[in-house]
Design a protein around this ligand. Structure first.
Ligand code: TMP
Length: 212
């Protein structure tokens, strides 16, 4: 049995996860908690190589959905074994920017592989590990894409492989996230990502505070 607290942040593109994760980490550390922050795909040496292949590397351009799915799971299994389980067993708070729910949303709903098949792969990769709290930063596809376009214009960057998928793909995965949250209301906290950074932070902080 783990003694720590496992918190994940999920949602469609550009919901503001990184900003909120940084604020929550700061709050927890101010309250003397030992925090491990990680992300998916990535978070380990092998995982970061997989992340690059999935997002930016030219070698990943023609990747089929099945390979994509298994690479997300490969990155996850390494992260669970190397980082998440050890930290939880030491009583730490683990915050992950995305986890298994993203594969259900993006590959299960978005790519159409189905919730059941992805659920089995997730169980294999994680050994059944589930987050204690999942914050779903919900944003419409239109608003998310506007943020991505603004960010790319400001940084002179361009959309990555998954951001470049059709609007319908992103609509399906957003609906998928909301359906998952409705099915597991005890774990998910759905937050309207259109709120101000401060409003969203307070909601997250209060919720985590109650669980500590
Ligand atoms: P992010 O760090 O900006 O959220 O980027 C991760 C990207 O990978 C994002 O487009 C969501 C996608 N993704 C999946 O498609 N399936 C997964 O299982 C995970 C973890 C991420």
């Amino acid at each position: 049995m783990s003694k720590g607290l496992f918190i994940t942040f999920e949602g469609p593109e550009a919901g503001g996860k990184s900003t909120q994760i940084a604020l929550l980490k700061e709050f927890l550390e101010e309250n003397s908690k030992d925090v491990v922050m990680t992300r998916e795909p990535g978070g380990t040496a092998a995982g970061e190589v997989i992340r690059n292949l999935l997002q930016h590397d030219k070698a990943g351009e023609n990747m089929v959905g099945e390979a994509e799915t298994l690479l997300f799971e490969a990155s996850r299994s390494q992260l669970v074994a190397e980082v998440i389980r050890p930290a939880l067993s030491e009583g730490k708070v683990v915050i992950s920017d995305r986890f298994a729910d993203s594969t259900v949303a993006y590959q299960g709903y978005g790519r159409g592989f189905g919730v059941e098949a992805i659920g089995q792969l997730n169980d294999f990769a994680t050994g059944g590990l589930k987050p204690d709290i999942t914050f779903l930063l919900d944003i419409s596809v239109e608003d998310g894409f506007k943020r991505i376009d603004d960010r790319n214009a400001a940084n002179n960057t361009s959309k990555d492989r998954l951001e470049s998928e059709a609007v319908e793909f992103h609509e399906r995965l957003r609906d998928g996230f909301l359906e998952m949250a409705a099915n597991e209301p005890e774990r998910f906290v759905v937050i309207d990502a259109k709120g101000t950074i401060e409003e969203i932070y307070e909601e997250i902080r209060d919720c985590v505070n109650m669980r500590l």
